[in-house]
Design a protein around this ligand. Structure first.
Ligand code: G3P
Ligand code: CA
Length: 272
């Protein structure tokens, strides 16, 4: 414990919504940039469209990250694909003068399926941390669609001797419980901005494999990391961007940090 699951030294770095500090979040451009930067994993949020597709979007409404308007769940995938999901954020951010701008097809709304294919085709091990957003509204449909999508890649029910690159995260125990029933082998992360009293000893609800405390939580209670480790749970901390926070997470033995700027976090971790 306290070791990266992929690099073996210090916490693994998981790119929060892709390299979202410097690229439009949740676009293929942001994920490619994170992979090029050497991130150990990618994080995404998932939401259901009106025609039943899972797309990688954080907000309930689409105004902040696209040039469209409205509530995502009322729109079809085709409608969502017709909007521009890149221009709200400067696509030149921190690119050198010679670099080419991402093409428009890398700056549209991304389906979960497209992100799964990106992970499969990355050419190196990559973890994917998928967060179910507001799962209680859909009576299990989000989880069902998620498991179906993962099954297409052999990642919901991995064969003996193989490991799924996916962890499913949620603030909702209900969502993780549903997943445990549908896909008992799938690793799950319970996101927390406070630890419920009965889990302060580092234990977690039955079937949950990893703890997902906020940075604020482990800053106020660094001892929580050791407690979770004593119960055999890895610890994923979000959202860790500044160098002192990266150092803090490394020093208290966090297993993975979820960061908007994986390149900077990796640079910080490489410093002596
Ligand atoms: O990785 C967990 C973190 O993403 C939870 O917060 O709002 O960024 O989805 P949020
Ligand atoms: Ca998230």
């Amino acid at each position: 414990m306290g070791q990266s699951f992929l690099r073996g030294k210090g916490p693994a770095v998981v790119a929060h919504r892709g390299a979202s500090e410097v690229s439009p979040e949740h676009t293929l451009a942001a994920y490619r940039r994170a992979v090029e930067a050497g991130a150990d994993g990618l994080e995404c949020d998932i939401r259901l469209t009106s025609d039943g597709h899972l797309v990688c979007v954080h907000d309930r409404r689409i105004e902040r990250t696209s040039n469209g308007r409205g509530v995502l769940s009322t729109m079809s995938l085709e409608e969502l694909k017709s909007f521009d999901w890149g221009s709200w954020k400067n696509p030149w951010a921190e690119l050198d003068d010679e670099a080419e701008l991402p093409s428009p097809d890398l700056l549209t709304v991304l389906t979960l399926d497209e992100l799964l294919a990106t992970v499969r085709d990355a050419g190196r091990p990559l973890e994917l941390a998928i967060e179910t957003k507001h799962p209680t509204r859909y009576a299990g449909l989000v989880e069902r669609r998620l498991v179906e999508a993962l099954d297409r890649y052999g990642w919901a029910h991995p064969k003996v001797g193989t490991e799924s690159p996916v962890r499913v995260m949620s603030f909702s125990w209900l969502s993780l419980r549903r997943l445990r029933v549908m896909a008992p082998g799938l690793r799950t992360v319970l996101l927390m901005d406070r630890v419920p009293l009965r889990f302060r000893d580092g234990s977690l609800p039955t079937g949950v494999s990893c703890a997902g405390p906020s940075l604020e939580l482990v800053t106020a209670h660094p001892e929580y990391v050791d407690r979770a480790h004593k119960h055999g749970h890895q610890v994923y901390v979000w959202t860790v961007n500044d160098a002192p926070d990266v150092h803090h997470c490394r020093d208290i033995g966090v297993d993975a940090i979820i960061s908007d700027h994986p390149e900077a976090a990796l640079r910080t971790l490489a410093e002596p």
